[in-house]
Design a protein around this ligand. Structure first.
Ligand code: TRP
Length: 428
């Protein structure tokens, strides 16, 4: 069975695919503006603590479910805890919704990459830059074209299969992505005013750390590690039998966090280098603020930057796409080709609406990150922590020792309480 579903043929490929899923728009686009809105270094500190003690156990819960059942999200829950299989539908649905609106932002980055190729940011002022963004988002043809091409690229990679498509693409692109972001960081740090950006990222201001900021840090950590909808579960169902899932998870989280910090170091010093630009600009930070910074730089810089955004977005979108396709393949018995086509067409529908109606876009983002992902994560830790025998979980993680006992304690007791607390904070 496992062979027929495809597999990642080495630890390196598995880690690159999982890191590919994790590292995406969440790191380059969302993380810097969240840091900007919630007080800089203090937010980063909370983010790292949340990632270690809450997100990592959730990651392991998903990994255990996927690896032990060798099925996608719905099948894994049905097999392990039949009463909770509704959460499997919810996970697949959430992955589908995220694929749709995520591909819209993927389309924007494609658009910006093409613009940067033709030197489109030269001599741009801040007012013009806001104009570029709103012109793009209000041009139906432009937004739809970017979105459709991006979604089509994701479909092609998933169509090529788990190993030859997803594995091969991630294995080549992820190392390149690190090189690209490091080049940008080095450049950003050499700008005048970079020190202020660094201070902002490194000196904590605890006065802004309220309940919502902490909830946002955990939400960001879940989003960044692709948790709560079953992406990690699905990818884990493709790892090799003897794979040490503990090590795979630790590497993935490490790469993801390092990359988010690098993105912060790429973006913030650049923002601070131009007077009058705001680190707390919010979602428009990368698409409005940065082009102004880029307008004064060597034109190669924005090309590398937006290529990095595009690649990072693609390696993530394929993980959600694959999850939905895997559900069709495992549960409905359709071929990969047909599954990919169906997901593509459905996402084309919802994504087009997201692309054209901002309120639908925000509603999709809000529902997935504040409700589906947290609820999904809660189900995963409850099912593994309370319905699976501890030795079976230990075997799947391939980890003995006290480290597992610590993870288990957090998974079973701390995660459920923390997740419920965050859900309440988010909905109040
Ligand atoms: N983690 C990706 C990012 O940071 C996005 C992503 C992929 C995701 N799969 C997910 C987010 C599943 C939530 C759930 O951009």
């Amino acid at each position: 069975m496992a062979g027929g579903r495809g597999a990642f043929n080495s630890r390196f490929v598995a880690v690159m695919a999982l890191a590919g899923s994790a590292i995406g728009l969440g790191n380059i686009w969302r993380f810097p503006y969240m840091v900007g809105q919630h007080g800089g270094a203090a937010f980063i500190l909370v983010y790292i603590v949340c990632s270690l003690f809450i997100s990592l156990p959730v990651f392991f819960a998903e990994g255990i479910l996927g690896k032990s059942t060798r099925l996608g999200t719905f099948g894994a829950l049905k097999k392990t805890a039949p009463k909770w299989r509704w959460a499997g539908y919810m996970g697949v649905l959430a992955a589908f919704v995220i694929t749709s609106y995520y591909s819209v932002v993927g389309g924007w980055s494609l658009d910006y990459f093409v613009r940067s190729l033709s030197g489109g940011f030269r001599g741009l002022s801040f007012a013009d830059s806001a104009g570029v963004f709103s012109d793009m988002t209000s041009s139906t043809v432009e937004v739809l074209a970017g979105f459709v091409i991006f979604l089509g690229l994701s479909a092609l990679i998933v169509l090529a299969g788990v190993d030859k498509g997803i594995g091969a693409f991630s294995k080549v692109m992820m190392p390149l992505l690190f090189v690209m972001i490091v080049v940008i960081v080095v450049h950003s740090l050499s700008l005048p005013g970079a020190r202020d950006g660094l201070d902002y990222l490194l000196k904590p201001d605890f006065s802004k750390l309220d309940g919502p900021a902490i909830a946002a840090a955990l939400g960001q950590s879940f989003f960044s590690l692709s948790l709560g909808v079953g992406c990690v579960l699905t990818y884990s169902s493709y790892v090799k039998e003897g794979e040490n899932l503990m090590a795979t998870g630790l590497w993935t989280a490490l790469f993801d966090t390092v990359f988010a910090l690098l993105a912060g170091f790429a973006v913030m010093p650049a923002v601070f280098s131009v007077q009058g630009l705001e680190p707390g600009a919010g979602p428009s930070l990368v698409f409005e603020t940065l082009p102004v910074v880029f307008s004064r730089m060597n034109p190669v810089v924005p090309v590398i930057f937006f290529l990095a955004v595009l690649v990072a977005a693609l390696t993530s979108s394929i993980s959600m796409f694959e999850e939905v396709a895997a559900w069709l393949i495992d549960e409905k018995g359709v071929s990969r080709k047909k599954a990919v086509l169906l997901v593509f067409l459905a996402a084309l529908g919802l994504g087009s609406v997201c692309a054209l109606v901002p309120r639908v876009f925000s509603a999709c983002d809000f529902a997935t990150s504040n409700i589906f992902m947290t609820l999904g994560a809660l189900v995963f830790v409850l099912v593994v922590g309370w319905m699976m025998p501890k030795p079976a979980a230990r075997k799947e993680l391939s980890s003995g020792g006290v480290f597992f006992d610590i993870i288990w304690f957090f998974l079973k007791w701390v995660c459920p309480v923390a997740i419920v607390a965050i859900m309440v904070t988010n909905l109040l």
